[in-house]
Design a protein around this ligand. Sequence first.
Ligand code: ZN
Length: 70
Amino acid sequence: MGADSGKAIDAGRCPLCGGGNGCGSVAKASTGSCWCVDEKFPPTLFELLPEGTRNQACICQACLKAHTAE
Ligand SMILES: [Zn+2]
C-alpha cells in the first residue's frame, strides 16, 4: 500500500505471470521450507523481472519450467 510505489508487490504472486507462486516462505509453512529452495533459478530468469520486483516475490514453478525447458 505504499503511496509512491506504482504497484504493490504481492509476495504470493509470480512477478512474471501474476499467478500464485505457492511459495512456502510466504505461506509460512511450519517447515519454513519451500519448493523453490530445492530449485535452481537461472540468472537469466531474474533478468526478465521488472525492475523493483526482484527479491520481492518468488517466480512460480510454471514460469521456471517454461524458462528452463528451452
Ligand atoms: Zn509465473
